[in-house]
Design a protein around this ligand. Structure first.
Ligand code: SAH
Length: 196
């Protein structure tokens, strides 16, 4: 792990991003339930994605699937100062959960939570230096590659509802270079350019 990612993992208190009744389990390296059938990702997956995204100060980042807000907070640590994280969540109660958690832990000025269907991206804030999807898509959602800046990196789990491959896409001019980083397990991405 790079020192920057290690530092971010140490600074963000995961117990502030899980429901009160499971705070004791907050430091288990596993996904945990956050309500509505959704989960906060396992810390190792958040760390791997932060490494593979090459997050640095100053970057503008889009996350699809805010959930608890934890992954957004880790990203915020890495893009500060000068950067910003936009995170979209399709379940209203989780969008408020993420927003509350991020405010309480001091990340509100670095992260904007948006309620809606993230498979469409966020055209009014595009292009993004980095985009990552925290849910499993049937294919790479086209609006997301369209909203990727030159040299930008997109990470998205692609496959079935229960098992996916983590795909990294890098924009080089009009070309998109794709690489398979290996197997992973995420909840399904549900929306116009996702599962239905
Ligand atoms: N990054 C989160 C993990 C969330 S799990 C964390 O750190 O806690 C994936 C989340 O993606 C769920 O909350 C789910 O509701 C959300 N999701 C699924 N499809 C979506 C879509 N089309 N747009 C936005 N959010 C979506």
């Amino acid at each position: 792990m790079s020192p920057a990612v290690e530092n971010a993992m140490k600074r963000v208190p995961r117990e502030e991003f899980v429901p009160a009744q499971i705070k004791d389990e907050a430091y288990a390296d596993t996904p945990l339930p956050i309500g509505e059938g959704q989960t906060i990702s396992a810390p190792h997956m958040v760390a791997i994605m932060a490494e593979k995204l090459q997050l640095e100060p100053g970057l503008t980042v889009l996350e699809i699937g805010a959930g608890s807000g934890y992954h957004a907070a880790i990203s915020a640590e890495l893009i500060a100062p000068g950067g910003h994280v936009y995170t979209i969540e399709r379940i209203a109660s989780l969008a408020s959960f993420a927003e509350g958690n991020l405010k309480r832990t001091g990340y509100a000025s670095l992260v904007t939570v948006i309620f809606g269907d993230g498979t469409k991206g966020l055209p009014n804030k595009a292009p993004f230096d980095r985009i990552f999807v925290a849910a499993g898509a049937p294919d790479v959602p086209l609006p997301l590659t369209d909203q990727l800046a030159e040299g930008g990196i997109l990470l998205v789990p692609v496959g079935g509802r229960y098992y996916q491959d983590l795909i990294r896409v890098v924009r080089k001019g009009k070309k998109l270079e794709k690489e398979n980083l290996g197997g992973c397990v995420f909840v399904p991405l549900i929306g116009e350019h996702g599962h239905h």
